[in-house]
Design a protein around this ligand. Structure first.
Ligand code: D9K
Length: 105
């Protein structure tokens, strides 16, 4: 990531964290509460994990950052009904992200 790209992805990540519909995605899904999650979801991802990877210099490109963000929403659709509270939040936050990302890149 260039410095400019780092600032860009940090801005988008901060906006996702602040969004009122990000509450299901702030931290890793608790697999003690959702016992089937580990078996069904092969690549768990959440906003705090993305932030840790960003701070650790794991992302070499903005595309690899976008892939992890989209994994959050794809996992959400796999596990949750569309009309469930978590499912609805996932659809709203995905639309917000994709519009914002398109604006900034
Ligand atoms: C994103 C997701 N996918 C599947 C199950 C659960 C979640 N998120 C949880 C996060 C903590 C609060 S909650 O337990 O209501 C919802």
């Amino acid at each position: 990531l260039t410095n400019k790209e780092l600032a860009l992805v940090m801005t988008v990540l901060d906006e996702l964290d602040k969004h009122e519909d990000s509450w299901p995605f702030l931290f890793p899904v608790n697999t003690k509460h959702f016992s089937t999650y580990k078996r069904i979801i092969k690549n768990p991802m959440d906003l705090s994990t993305i932030r840790s990877k960003l701070e650790g210099g794991i992302y070499k490109t903005k595309e690899s950052f976008v892939d992890d963000v989209r994994t959050i929403f794809d996992n959400c659709e796999t596990f949750n009904e569309d009309q469930s509270p978590v499912g609805k939040a996932g659809h709203i936050l995905r639309l917000y992200f994709e519009r914002r990302w398109a604006e900034l890149t």
